[in-house]
Design a protein around this ligand. Structure first.
Ligand code: GLU
Length: 486
């Protein structure tokens, strides 16, 4: 299939997997799945110091968790491997030799200190710092002299002068760069490892990538890559640079804005469907007002034509809203599973519970189902079932228990609760009986009981709370009010 769309996600495994990386992966994945094309996962680990297998594993695990699979690449293999750049050094070497032989690249012996001095001199003159070509035309004797000094050369790409480089970008249209602003850049470092701008071109070509969809920050790298494509006689892919992700204050999304890695969101109890849905809307906009999209719907609806140029704003409230939609779709069993890690963190689930205790816990957890946006909010919502002391939320609430009628209500509550089986219907009837026997109105009955039991004037229905508290706890709390007045 000549026209099959082939895209890739090519992360550098240098740290936590950022939410922006997941968005790039998703856009590529959606494009591949929508068009029946291929998704390739390549690991760009040429930064030897910062790359780690741990980070690579983390990225793969996150992609799998999000439900994005790949057709070729790391782990799954394929005809264009290996798919880890450090295992492709021989391949790059062949092309480097070709470029050197054709005079399109050259060895550079400048030291870091010399390069820095050049940079400073250009800056002092108010010029853009770039490599001015000191080693471009070394004679064999000069090279031999440097070699004798033990200098290890880099390989630089010879940037042609006076060229307009036009990047055809699906998101941004044609973007033109002037080659005179680009100094001869390093394609192979002195340790023999290729640089990103070089390896990426060879890999994308050999892996037959025809659509390069990636973050906007790489747009400025693209003219260099275009020059390498041309020098090697490779056909260029179509590019699409998706906009930066900004925080709500419109500055670049960073740790200051809260969680930034996929793993942090997973740990907070966001669901893959919620994250995917939210990430898709960070830069892509459907034709309609629809905000909730399952992965199947995203695959159906997604198109690069509706990917916007302007920056995407990471709106946590929106993520919460979307995630809550998916949380609400979980049934009782699923929701309990979802809650477990969060319950364990705070000790509400110890692992030693018997069947009855687990049934109780499940019911308690289920009371939060409609009310939480993500898993880590569950313990807070249900904490009243686990705390021994009733803490008054504020002074105004404490005053509720000072009303003259409170002792009668408490007394009647103790009497009536003794007579019933605790379930929601009976609890409602119980309040009717208290009203009858005390002659008081609804609020004067409900509110003191609510405050006595929970310390709060708001919260879930008493018909929900009381059966889960059980008689003993309810009576103890009400007796305490009778005894101490709070
Ligand atoms: N390894 C690069 C990164 O993680 C990939 C850039 C690209 O997609 O070309 O940013």
């Amino acid at each position: 299939m000549a026209d099959e769309i082939r895209v890739r996600f090519a992360p550098s495994p240098t740290g936590p997997f950022h939410i922006g990386g997941a968005r790039s992966a998703l856009f590529n994945f959606l494009l591949a799945r929508k068009t029946g094309g291929k998704m390739i996962l390549r690991i760009e680990d040429t930064d030897l110091e910062r790359s780690s297998r741990e980070s690579e594993e983390n990225i793969k695990a996150a992609l799998k968790w999000l439900g994005m699979d790949w057709d070729e690449g790391i782990d799954v293999g394929g005809p264009n491997g290996p798919y880890r750049q450090t295992e492709r050094l021989d391949i790059y070497k062949k092309y480097t030799e070709q470029l050197l032989a054709e005079g399109k690249a050259y060895y550079c012996y400048c030291t870091d200190e010399e390069l820095e001095a050049e940079r400073q001199a250009l800056l002092a003159k108010g010029e853009m710092p770039r490599y001015m070509g000191h080693c471009r035309n070394l004679t064999p004797e000069q090279r031999a002299e440097y070699e004798k000094q033990g200098r290890k050369p880099t390989v630089r790409f010879k940037v042609p002068a006076n060229q307009q480089i036009v990047v055809h970008d699906l998101v941004r249209g044609d973007v033109t760069f002037d080659s005179n602003g680009i100094g001869d850049f390093v394609i192979v470092k002195s340790d023999g490892i290729p640089t990103y701008n070089y390896a990426v071109v060879i890999d994308d070509h050999l892996m037959k990538i025809n659509h390069v969809i990636r973050a906007e920050e790489h747009l400025s790298n693209t003219p260099r890559q275009c020059l390498v494509y041309d020098a090697l006689g490779f056909e260029k892919p179509v590019f699409g640079h998706i906009s930066l992700i900004l925080g709500k204050d419109h500055t670049k999304m960073s740790k200051r804005h809260g969680a930034t890695s996929v793993d942090q969101y997973r740990q907070l109890g966001y669901l893959p469907a919620g994250i995917n849905n939210f990430l898709a809307l960070l830069g892509w906009a459907p034709n309609s007002e629809q905000e909730i999209f399952s992965m199947e719907e995203l695959i159906k609806e997604f198109s690069m034509e509706h990917v916007a140029k302007n920056p995407a704003v990471f709106d946590l409230d929106k993520l919460n809203f979307i995630n809550q939609h998916y949380v609400r779709q979980l049934n009782e069993e699923e929701f309990f599973e979802f809650a477990k890690p969060h319950l364990q963190t705070v000790g509400y689930l110890k692992g030693t519970e018997n069947g009855e205790q687990l049934d109780w816990l499940k019911k308690v957890v289920w009371t939060s189902h409609e009310h939480v946006c993500y898993g880590a909010q569950i313990p807070e919502y249900i904490k009243m079932y686990f705390t021994e002391d009733v803490v008054m939320e504020n002074e105004e609430t404490a005053q509720v228990l000072k009303a003259a009628t409170v002792p009668q209500v408490m007394q009647s509550f103790i009497e009536e609760i003794g007579k019933i089986e605790l379930d929601a219907a009976n609890v409602k009837a119980l309040f009717k009986s208290i009203q009858k026997s005390t002659g008081l109105k609804g609020k004067d009955v409900f509110m003191p009981v609510r405050v006595a039991l929970t310390g709060n004037q708001h919260g879930p229905e008493l018909a929900e709370i009381i059966p889960l508290f059980g008689k003993e706890k309810c009576i103890a709390r009400v007796e305490r009010v009778l005894k101490n007045g709070n």
